[in-house]
Write a protein that binds this ligand. Structure first.
Ligand code: URP
Ligand code: ZN
Ligand code: ZN
Length: 473
């Protein structure tokens, strides 16, 4: 009788703490042994010459999220998780978004319906809290945290989502009392509104003015305020999609004061700039996201903050809107003012390959940092560790094998999302995921899909370590 279902043999195995040459024995979907010359498995995978890492945890992506403006996300749980798997990601955490007037529970129920039977890899939900009232604070949030929805995003901008400072304090206080993690989108709403009015009045409506309507101080001010509010409540909070030096400084200074502020950044802030929004015609709309990409010196600041530990989490913020589509970027036509273009860009499948190539292969970060940022820390921050985010005995066998020698020129045709463009087309990457395994089952291998849709499971999250210790009973 063979001891293991699968043995992955002879790979260079990297975790958040170590790199080692060893075999991985897998049984019942879990890692059962790490060692040299493990006994033969019922199935054998030869990883000679490959780097083997934990499957990625993309802790910020939007899939099939209902939109209030008539736009539609191009990716649902089927195409989104397929795309994730081909990019080395084995867990996604998209958002069950509360519409104003809706209960949080109704948003969660609806989102489960949207996910049902569709996912290729495992998924958890964050909540988006947009309507703060007594029942949300007193009953719904505490009950949902207890049920495994332990993180929630709040917005400081967007008319249909934003909270004022008092509401933010109330949500943070629930996070502290109940042990939840608050994610904050930090941009100053009134400044954006005022700047947009000025730009539109001056006839400045093309996509490039999106960046002018949301300059770095807009993000800096809101980040400072978000950090301050979390300090006042004395609770950990995570600032999402941080774009550059000014916001980074606010987080760094908060961390230096002892505030438990966490930070997330995304590929768009490493590989795109505001110049990308200044393409001919409406092309720049492909790059409209918020906060907007900045400039080269801000890219450098983001790299430094990834290296130094200011950021713990590297997410895609995949927000899939098709370009040539009246439900996507061209919702209001191809001469629409920048403020009528759906915000967000695709990136689930390219998140890990971009960081592997430009970070690890170019020597900006080591393999440990790569694993920390793409898998281990997101799993820890959102209460999925050690089931997810590591290769250790007892963990789910969510594993990716990378060919460090494979050179790939990115094209949209190569990708598996349902968006009609990638912002990274033409980029030449070194290193590519050639095998993705989820709970011991190979999902894709050498560009072929080998698993069934619907195998992905919902993951209730624990209260994150970061906030558990802080919890006021
Ligand atoms: O532009 C962006 N980032 N769109 C997605 C929604 C969000 O705020 O994360
Ligand atoms: Zn956001
Ligand atoms: Zn987002």
């Amino acid at each position: 009788m063979k001891e293991f279902d699968v043995v992955i043999r002879n790979g260079t195995v990297a975790t958040a703490g170590d790199t080692m040459s060893c075999d991985i024995g897998i049984d019942g979907g879990k890692v059962a042994a790490l060692g040299v010359s493990l006994p033969e498995g019922r199935s054998e995978i030869d990883a000679t010459g490959l780097i083997v890492t934990p499957g990625g945890v993309d802790a910020h992506c939007h899939l099939d999220q209902p939109m209030g403006d008539g736009s539609e996300m191009a990716d649902d749980f089927e195409s989104g998780t397929l795309s994730a798997a081909f990019g080395g990601t084995t867990t996604v955490i998209p958002f069950a978004c509360q519409m104003k007037g809706q209960t949080l529970r109704a948003a969660v129920t609806d989102y489960h319906e949207r996910a049902k039977g569709k996912a290729y890899v495992d998924y958890a939900f964050h909540l988006i809290v947009s309507d703060v009232n007594e029942s949300v604070l007193g009953q719904e949030l505490p009950a949902l945290i207890e049920d495994g929805y332990t993180s929630f995003k709040i917005y400081m901008t967007y008319d249909d989502l934003k909270l004022d400072d008092k509401d933010i304090l109330d949500v943070l206080a629930v996070a502290k009392r109940e042990g939840g993690m608050t994610m904050i989108h930090a941009e100053n709403s009134d400044c954006i509104k005022w700047l947009t009015e000025q730009l539109v009045a001056a006839g400045c409506t093309s996509p490039k003015y999106h960046a002018a309507s949301r300059p770095a101080p807009v993000e800096r001010e809101a980040t400072h305020r978000a950090v301050t509010l979390a300090e006042i409540v004395d609770v950990p909070a995570l600032i999402v999609h941080v774009s550059g030096e000014e916001a980074i400084r606010q987080i760094r200074e908060g961390q230096a004061r002892g505030a438990r502020i966490l930070g997330e950044t995304c590929p768009q802030y490493l590989f795109l700039t505001a110049d990308d929004l200044d393409l001919d015609g409406f092309e720049g709309a492909k790059y409209i996201c918020s906060p907007p990409p900045r400039d080269k010196s801000n890219q450098d600041a983001v790299w430094k903050a990834l290296q130094s530990g200011v950021f713990q989490v590297f997410s895609s913020d995949h927000a899939p809107f098709r370009f040539d589509d009246r439900k996507g970027k061209k919702l209001k036509g191809d001469h629409a003012c920048f403020n009528h273009v759906p915000n967000g860009i695709p990136g689930l499948e390219t998140r890990m390959p971009l960081l592997f190539s430009e970070g690890v292969m170019k020597g900006r970060i080591d393999l440990q940092r790569f694993v920390q940022l793409t898998a281990t820390e997101p799993a820890r921050v959102y209460g999925l560790y050690p089931r997810k985010g590591t290769i250790a005995v007892g963990a789910d066998a969510d594993i990716v094998a990378w060919d460090p020698k494979r050179e790939v020129t990115l094209t949209n045709g190569l990708l598996h999302h349902n968006v009609d463009y990638t912002p990274y087309a033409g980029k030449v990457l070194t290193g590519w995921p050639v095998l993705t395994m989820s709970r011991g089952e190979v999902v894709c291998r050498n560009g072929d899909l080998v698993a069934q849709k619907g195998r992905g499971a919902f993951l209730p999250c624990d209260r994150p370590e970061y906030v558990k210790a802080n919890r006021v009973a």
